[in-house]
Design a protein around this ligand. Structure first.
Ligand code: TMP
Length: 214
């Protein structure tokens, strides 16, 4: 691998299976001797995890969207500077459960906050920093929500919102993928987990090859 590592984000609506896929991808890469850091948003540093806890335990989904955004970007600025960039500088692969596309989708597309203003805030918080690869796990919200209703609740604030919210979220992720086709890969998350895992592993390995030859 070159001097800088590889930054991978996993995105999607509720019940898309990204957290399971994160573990499978990390294990497969570690099994090939690669140095992998797994992390999540909001969170990833002690202070950012406190912001996550505050957001979830105080019903962040009903806060003014501006407050949601500032919380997400405060957590992200800490996470990028204290964890993600230092790991990449050491040549590691960082796999993050959610990143800025979740802000675009949840606060922008699904709740209607102006997308250009979100980009302005992003710039203030983290400049132009974006993942090298983003896997967007796409699933029909009815299927996704039926999966989440079967698991022990993670205290997720948005799961309980109506189906219209989740449909806007899904369409938002599709639009994000359309606008950044070099970075984003939409994955059919209704397929069996081992098939999905193989697909994202293959894409990651071919990207690592390109990266190493740069
Ligand atoms: P998780 O349950 O997937 O870990 O994510 C926590 C919740 O936070 C999830 O419902 C999505 C939400 N969220 C946002 O609303 N905006 C963001 O920028 C991020 C990263 C997460």
């Amino acid at each position: 691998m070159g001097q800088r590592g590889l930054f991978i984000s996993l995105e999607g609506g509720e019940g898309a299976g990204k957290t399971t896929q994160l573990m499978l991808l990390a294990d497969a890469l570690r099994g090939r001797g690669l140095d992998v850091v797994t992390t999540r948003e909001p969170g990833g540093t002690p202070a950012a995890e406190s912001l996550r806890e505050t957001f979830i335990s105080h019903q962040g989904q009903s806060w003014p969207i501006s407050a949601q955004l500032l919380t997400m970007f405060a957590a992200r600025a800490l996470h990028v500077e204290q964890v993600i960039k230092p790991a990449l500088a050491k040549g590691k692969i960082v796999i993050c459960d959610r990143f800025t596309d979740s802000t675009r989708a949840y606060q922008g597309y699904a709740q209607g906050f102006d997308l250009d203003s979100i980009e302005t805030l992003r710039h203030i918080a983290i400049g132009d920093f974006e993942p090298d690869i983003t896997f967007i796990f796409d699933i029909d919200p009815v299927t996704g929500l039926s999966r989440t209703s079967k698991r022990v609740s993670t205290g997720d604030t948005f799961e309980g919102l109506d189906i219209g919210f989740h449909q806007k979220l899904r369409a938002g992720f599709w639009d994000i993928a359309k606008q950044a086709p070099d970075r984003c890969h939409v994955v059919d998350a209704s397929k069996k987990p081992d098939i999905v895992a193989q697909e994202i592993l293959n894409l990651t390995l071919s990207r690592l090859k390109e990266h190493a030859s740069c």
